[in-house]
Write a protein that binds this ligand. Structure first.
Ligand code: ATP
Ligand code: MG
Length: 283
């Protein structure tokens, strides 16, 4: 049975649990328990602080884990990155007080930079040959310049609102992160097989995101034109209708192309167009 570590409480916990639920696996949200047994899959769930997940997986306390790529990159433990999970997106950026003149990364030479991600930042500076003074602090990084602790910060940004309210501007976007599935590199064959089952389900869920299932009625003589409009998985499905000369056409269309395609289909005579949500796409 696989043991998976997920964040007990925080920005990734709810979406981790709902990804499982889409995959047909019931996982309780962490209450006071540290470990619980999932339903619908041979899985045990370990609820941890996100900081501890890379180490837990690397040590084999958990076989796999869901955690931000930022934590994986910062901690540097040896884990295998299995797949990106499509949530928890953010970036880690350098930001400076809006009153300073900023012309490029050379600005940071000899400056004090406060961060909770000293390793990622040290790598960034090393690649550019910049020597700076990295101050590692655990929380409230964004107030460090205002209280005189630092000249700049390196911190997670999602909307930028926190920066603005602390009089800071984002000047370098350094690291992009999202939630990832990681695994211990030495899993047994049996656990590897269970992990493959899990990633198969996750992949089919992620693969269907942003896709719609579209049905419509179409005059038979326009089928060739419709096929040219629709990229489809292979080709659209075409079913006969009781009414002579008409057929029903089914296709999968990416959300971002949906309206353009529908207008083209209407223009060649499509009627009764239905757009349905797609839950899973198994390739
Ligand atoms: P824990 O108590 O588990 O240590 P935490 O406070 O360190 O939690 P959260 O704030 O819950 O962590 O963030 C967890 C992860 O969510 C981050 O490591 C990052 O990958 C991702 N994330 C996405 N958007 C943001 C954001 N705006 N701020 C912080 N983290 C974000
Ligand atoms: Mg944390």
């Amino acid at each position: 049975m696989l043991r998976i570590a997920i964040q007990a409480k925080g920005r990734l916990s709810e979406q981790s649990v709902s990804l499982f639920s889409e995959a047909g696996i019931q996982v309780a949200e962490s209450k006071r328990k540290l470990v619980s047994r999932a339903e619908g899959f041979p899985l045990e769930v370990l609820y941890l602080r996100d900081d501890d997940i890379p180490q837990a997986v690397s040590m084999g306390v958990a076989d796999v884990g869901i955690v931000g790529l930022n934590e994986v990159a910062e901690k540097g433990f040896s884990v295998e990155q299995i797949m990106e999970l499509g949530f928890g997106g953010c970036r880690i950026s350098l930001a400076v007080p809006k009153t300073v003149e900023y012309e490029g990364p050379e600005f940071f030479r000899g400056k004090r930079v406060a961060t909770s991600y000293p390793n990622i930042l040290a790598r960034y500076f090393a690649e550019r040959g910049i020597e700076a003074d990295i101050h590692s602090i655990a929380g409230s990084v964004e107030i460090a310049p205002a209280v005189g602790m630092a000249d700049a910060i390196f911190d997670i940004v999602s909307s930028g609102g926190t920066l603005v309210s602390n009089g800071l501007v984002e000047v370098e976007k350094v690291f992009y992160s999202e939630a990832v599935l990681i695994a211990n590199p030495t899993l047994s064959e049996e656990k590897r097989a269970e992990l493959n089952q899990l990633t198969f389900r996750f992949n089919s869920i992620l693969g269907s995101r942003g896709m719609k299932y579209v049905l419509m009625n179409l005059p038979k003589e326009r089928i060739e034109e419709a096929i040219r409009i629709l990229p489809g998985m292979r080709s659209p499905t075409i079913l006969p209708l009781a009414q002579e000369g008409w057929c029903s056409l089914h296709a999968v269309i990416a959300q971002n192309q949906l309206w353009e395609r529908i207008e083209q289909l209407k223009a060649i005579g499509a009627e009764g167009i239905l757009v349905l949500a797609l839950e899973n796409m198994i390739r």
